[in-house]
Design a protein around this ligand. Structure first.
Ligand SMILES: Cc1cc2nc3c(=O)[nH]c(=O)nc-3n(C[C@H](O)[C@H](O)[C@H](O)COP(=O)(O)OP(=O)(O)OC[C@H]3O[C@@H](n4cnc5c(N)ncnc54)[C@H](O)[C@@H]3O)c2cc1C
Length: 316
């Protein structure tokens, strides 16, 4: 560790982290952004984003994130990729952010660490991960050219990414636990129009089976109780998310989480994005809230970054 104290350390390089960086660095705050993988967040592995304003024809997720990054770089954000935050702690004079290899000192921290896809927890899921089981259609879709696949989950993510899979695969069986789909109507209509899609609503996935690679799934009709085996070459999972807050749930000396979390592990903030710990702010999907979208993450981060600027000027 050196003696440098950053004005702002941002944790996470998705839409929220990058937006926060644009604002704080443009406001001449010395800003460091820590990213556990490569900057871009969830949109970097999303095919087409159609609902982010300013792009009437839609834009590839990765392209949008490259634009965010370029703008943050222009105003002077410093980036440290493959630098996963393990914990944060306050001292009398600053906030310590520890990663595996480094310790950083900051006057304020913005947590924008987002969430990760939830696993199904069914038999075969771990065994066939990377051998037919995937959580990213954009990354793995081309590997399933002319194959029959299943998409588990008919929310927005499942249907949207199912749409991009149709560019590669022969057919898709959508499996949804609920008797109805939660996805936006426009997505439902678009996917239903395809003759190579079919929908198993009110069905529970019981297992993923095969030898070396996925060969079938077993599902149960929740109304009749009937089970059936469906031959399939791949399974794409979109059943929700878990917050990236493990580094915060480590209890501190007083027996409390580092910042206040809700029952699901998401960070509780006020409307200025302040967490329960002074100087620590949160923005984007990692926050306890109802909706999770890029435009929302951008909005949260804008408020969070402006709150940070105000907080720092009050410290001075
Ligand atoms: C399949 C799919 C399709 C989607 N499509 C759309 C869409 O069309 N339109 C839309 O508006 N939204 C869409 N969304 C939602 C959108 O992606 C999210 O709302 C948005 O990415 C949230 O941004 P974020 O910055 O809060 O989090 P994220 O994008 O999740 O970014 C968080 C970043 O933090 C990093 N990180 C996590 N933990 C640490 C740590 N300990 N240390 C350092 N870095 C860490 C992660 O690696 C990640 O890069 C989609 C989501 C999915 C999964």
């Amino acid at each position: 560790m050196n003696d440098k104290i950053y004005d702002v350390v941002i944790i996470g390089g998705g839409p929220a982290g990058l937006t926060a960086g644009i604002y704080t660095s443009r406001d001449k705050k010395d800003t460091l952004l820590l990213e556990k993988a490569i900057v871009g967040g969830l949109p970097a592995s999303t095919d087409l984003v159609e609902n982010y304003p300013g792009f009437p024809d839609g834009i590839k997720g990765i392209e949008l994130m490259n634009k965010f990054k370029k703008q943050a770089e222009k105003f002077g954000v410093k980036f440290s990729d493959f630098d996963e935050v393990k914990n944060i702690e306050t001292t009398d004079k600053d906030i310590m952010v520890r990663t595996e290899r480094h310790e950083y000192s900051a006057r304020t921290v913005i947590i924008a660490s987002g969430s990760v896809p939830k696993k199904l927890g069914v038999s075969g899921e771990d065994k066939f991960m990377g051998r037919g089981v995937s959580y990213c259609a954009t990354c793995d879709g081309p590997l399933f050219k002319d194959k029959d696949v299943a998409v588990i989950g008919c929310g927005n993510s499942g249907l949207q990414e199912g749409g991009s899979l149709l560019n590669h695969v022969k057919s898709i069986k959508f499996v949804e636990f609920l008797p109805h789909m939660n996805a936006e109507k426009i997505l439902q209509e678009r996917l239903k129009r395809h003759e190579n899609t079919s929908f198993l609503l009110n069905h529970q996935l019981l297992s993923i089976n095969g030898d070396d690679f996925v060969q079938s799934i077993r599902v149960k009709d929740r109304s009749s109780g009937a089970e059936k085996l469906i031959n399939i070459d791949g399974v794409f999972v979109y059943v929700g998310f878990l917050p990236n807050t493990k580094f915060l749930s480590k209890k501190n000396s007083s027996g409390k989480d580092v910042v206040e979390l809700d029952d699901y592990g998401y960070i509780i903030t006020d409307r200025y994005m302040r967490t329960s710990l002074p100087g620590v702010f949160a923005a984007g999907d990692v926050r306890s809230k109802k909706f999770r979208q890029i435009a929302e993450a951008v909005g949260d981060a804008t408020v969070g970054a402006l709150s940070v600027s105000e907080y720092i000027s009050e410290l001075n």
